[in-house]
Write a protein that binds this ligand. Sequence first.
Ligand code: GAL
Length: 665
Amino acid sequence: MTAIEPVKKPALGVCYYPEHWPKEMWADDAKRIVECGIEYVRIAEFAWSRIEATRDKFNFEWLDSAIETLGAAGLKVVMCTPTATPPKWLVDEMPDMVAVDSDGNPRKWGSRRHYDFSHEEYRKECARITMVLAKRYGSDSNVVAWQTDNEYGCHDTTLSYSESARDGFRNWLAQKYQSPDALNKAWGNVFWSMEVESFNEVELPNLTVTEPNPSHVLDYRRFASDQVVAFNRIQTGILRKHSPGRDIIHNFMGRYLEFDHFDVSADLDIASWDSYPIGFLEQFGRDHAWKNWYMRAGDPDFQAFHHDLYRACGNMRGQAGNGGGRWWVMEQQPGPVNWAPYNPDPHPGMVRLWSHEAFAHGAEVVSYFRWRQAPFAQEQFHAGLNRPDNSPDRGFEEAEKTGKEISSLPNAETAQSAVALLVDYPSLWATETQPQGAGYHAINVIWEFYSTLRQLGQSVDIVSTAHNLDGYKLIVVPQLLMVSDDMIAKLDECEARIVFGPRCGSRTMSHHIPEGLAPGNLRQLIDIRVDRVESLRPGVGEAVEHVGAMWKWIEHVSTSADVTVESKMSNGRPAWMRQKNVSYVAGWPDEALCKHIMQVELEAAGVSVVETGDDLRIRDRGNLRTILNYGPKPRDASHLIAPTDKVLIGSANMDVAGVTVVQRT
Ligand code: GAL
């Protein structure tokens, strides 16, 4: 593995809300934050009403003094723009600035994120407040970085069906298609007399009698994503100019797919995300048994997937080399949360485990949400590092311990992995638009490939279609529905083995069936034709020779003489086929089949495979290997440690929430 970025000393951070506590507490808080081993403090992302109580009536005294107090204690401040919480007076001035849901209901003021990304006047207000803050704090030596807004899209706010979204969409379409005829053709509007004579006749794709045209929906999703990019760019432009030398960050979410995070990240210095493993397990975990087993730990691959995704986002200009990228965990779950259907307490040690895992994936900073649990308002049940009475909670002790441990570890460099996995947001939108089967979630197909690779001991680099693919030995492309000609050329040049999942190449950029049928232009790499597809009821599948089955989704594929069928389904149809270095999986493989395919491919690519075993996961970074026990039982990890490895933290006998770090020779 080649070292590809300068080594940065990892650090801890915390989210702090001076405006929630009496001023008399701030100095002591700052002192204790430092004592806990924390270096970064994120502030002010929801403080607009305290900064500007009514238009142009600013109060900076408290914020000046909070920043000064934190800085005097030696802390580095991450300052935020407060645009996720426009104050009441502003919403009253322009009531149509709120987003509208798909039923046509305006989202009301009274919590947060009550704005529409397309609202031009609100964008101007955001530019105004960002400018005011950037001018005031942009050169403050205590301010080292900025966070734009907070969690774009949270609470379902990317897709809005407002008038401003409609007008914006019409302009976006006019630019893209130039003439209504071109749009009619691209969308296939002749189908149900959906043709338009002017862009002003185009409506948003909600409240239609039955499903709207998928090409219309896909363009609307692209438009909505572009709105987030444009909204963010207004702030980053101002911050770059008026706060030189400071890193610009945004905090993304887990399993949030409604805008293209790679596109937004192109304007950031650092990508970050908010990691709430137990809340996410409750929301997105596989099934009841899975959720029960991991209820105090979170899904063993969910965090890793997002760490790798956001590391890739932090490398949108390829500046850190393949596999690198600047990224943080901006909010780390510190104890029970308040927002999932059930909110169990993490196993003692989990907060430490999650933190070590992030550093093992190359995080520069892990920042805990929040310093002290709030005794008022919406998140009273959400733990902090301290309880509301200021006594340290378990998260405090675990953060403190983690801080000491990470500073005792030798530096490790992020290196390019042997395996890359491709994620493409427009393909996710395209399958969501026409899933053709109740259980078809493209993101789950991606996760299952990712999780299988992890269980085979792989440290994976996630890549987008924009990233460089040189140097990988295996590239897994689970769900790339629409493949550009540039992408075909890039894949064609690749020396790696490439595995395509089902539905790859099955739509054109306009969401049509491609000429010559699926997989469209992918046929240049593997000469097959998908004649028919079917989705299956839960629990039903088609056995595959040697191992496992296809389930949920099956394709009937014809192959040319250049293609070798690697395995067949019990009905004789090809299940997995290959032409030279490229193979194609004609359905949604179950766990056993996916594992078989990945194992064969890894071995053929010359990548060493180690089965991590139940509940255990590893992540290699430089010559450090971090081993984690996500299960509710102690586990033996001796098969993951070579006799020549030097154990730096933990041991081969791993307790629940155990972390073992070894230096490999
Ligand atoms: C995040 C959000 C924080 C806080 C946290 C609670 O989504 O950014 O402000 O609400 O969730 O877990």
